[in-house]
Design a protein around this ligand. Structure first.
Ligand code: ZN
Length: 393
């Protein structure tokens, strides 16, 4: 029988002092208490779009359960308790096969089962137009059928699914209501949908937009483009990559003024070099290089080929761009994605997994962040460039 463990810290949202007690991986109680004024507790992060992590590529045909465990533990180290492995455009049978394979491992490994909270399928029902298809293989884009959608649901069992589609592609508007009826959350992305097509997708039940500001050409029509149309549609929950690079700081700030920030879900959209030391990696058949700035590039090129953002880093970069407290943005990387996907949002309650981050500002404006997963300390990260920023605390 394990003994109780306890920490005194202030709730990141309400600010009240708490005595948090856990045992055998589960929270036992959270009681009001005097707590140090500058030690904070927050639920561990949730990321809905992770293509790979810690040098492990989830779409690799050679992926093993041990590698998946390594990726999960590296995500844990970086403050993220749960995430959605993301499988991008490929032959449909391969995508569904990847879901089945990793799900099979989840049934054998409690640690994988606890960490993998759902699936994000990004493609192949998206735009093949250069610029809009981004790094996806345009020749693999196809029209969806009801059979595709039923097969995906069957492969994933009861787990949450986020499916990114382009509503202007033939057949997509027809399958959205079926996907929604099967509990799939539909996101729009890699799309040049008209305002009318976006409205039709929303009427069919689409709720989200995948990495707003990305998945579109470098140059857009200044009068009418996909970013303006999504902002005007007002009905969608946009995902944002808060690394300061995929969305420029001015655009990031403007988006937070014109879209209700309660609608955003932040994500790394990480590719496998994320969470690994800087160096060179193979992405499919292409060699890429990750510098100390955590940007993934083809060697010698200036444009980026993916994000190597770490979840905790995303929180602090977002706060820095917005000139607000990390406390204000934390929920956009925890509560808000969970709410959109129908995951448990009452993470700080007795009986729930003891998955949380403790941020200690007592020594410096730059915190030390300790992450606990299942009540066990997984990492202590001094935050190099992380600051509490202006605002609430
Ligand atoms: Zn994408």
């Amino acid at each position: 029988m394990k003994t109780d463990e306890t920490i005194l810290a202030r709730d990141y949202a309400a600010g009240q002092g708490l005595r948090v007690t856990w045992r055998s991986g589960k929270l036992v109680s959270l009681e009001p208490s005097d707590a140090p004024s500058d030690i904070w507790i927050a639920p561990a992060l949730t990321d809905l779009q992770v293509n790979g992590y810690g040098a492990v590529a989830f779409s690799s045909p050679k992926l093993t359960a041990e590698e998946m465990l390594k990726a999960v533990r590296t995500m844990h180290r970086d403050g993220c308790a749960q995430f959605f492995p993301t499988f991008t455009t490929d032959d449909w049978a391969k995508i569904v096969g990847r879901v089945r394979r990793v799900r099979g491992w989840c049934n054998q490994h409690p640690e994988l089962r606890a960490a993998i909270a759902g699936w994000h399928i990004e493609g192949p029902f998206m735009s093949p137009i250069p610029g809009f298809c981004g790094a996806h293989a345009k020749e693999k884009m196809v029209s969806p059928t009801p059979a595709h959608i039923r097969e995906l649901r069957e492969a994933a069992g009861d787990a949450p699914i986020l499916l990114t589609v382009a509503p202007e592609q033939a057949g997509v508007l027809d399958i959205i209501p079926l996907a929604v009826s099967l509990g799939i959350r539909v996101s729009l992305g890699h799309t040049n949908a008209s305002a009318g097509e976006i409205a039709s997708a929303v009427r069919g039940g689409a709720v989200s937009f995948t990495h707003l500001g990305n998945g579109c050409p470098q140059t857009l029509d200044r009068h009418d483009n996909i970013v303006w149309r999504v902002i005007e549609a007002e009905a969608l929950h946009p995902g944002l990559i808060p690394d300061g690079i995929h969305v420029s700081p001015p655009l990031f700030r403007i988006l937070h003024r014109v879209v209700d920030p309660a609608r955003f879900w932040y994500t790394t959209d990480a590719v496998h070099p994320a969470g690994a030391p800087p160096g060179r990696f193979m992405m499919g058949k292409t060699e890429v290089e990750v510098g100390p700035d955590q940007v993934v590039r083809k060697p010698g090129a200036s444009n980026f080929a993916g994000s190597a953002l770490r979840p905790l880093e995303g929180v602090f970069r977002a706060a820095e761009m917005l000139g607000c407290s990390w406390r204000e943005v934390w929920r956009r990387y925890s509560l808000q994605p969970r709410k959109m996907m129908g995951l448990d949002t009452d993470q700080f309650a007795p009986g729930k997994a003891a998955d949380f981050c403790v941020l200690d500002f007592t020594m410096s404006e730059k915190p030390t962040v300790v992450t606990y997963i299942g009540g066990e300390k997984r990492s202590t990260l001094p935050a190099k460039g992380w600051m509490r920023s202006a605002g609430m605390a």
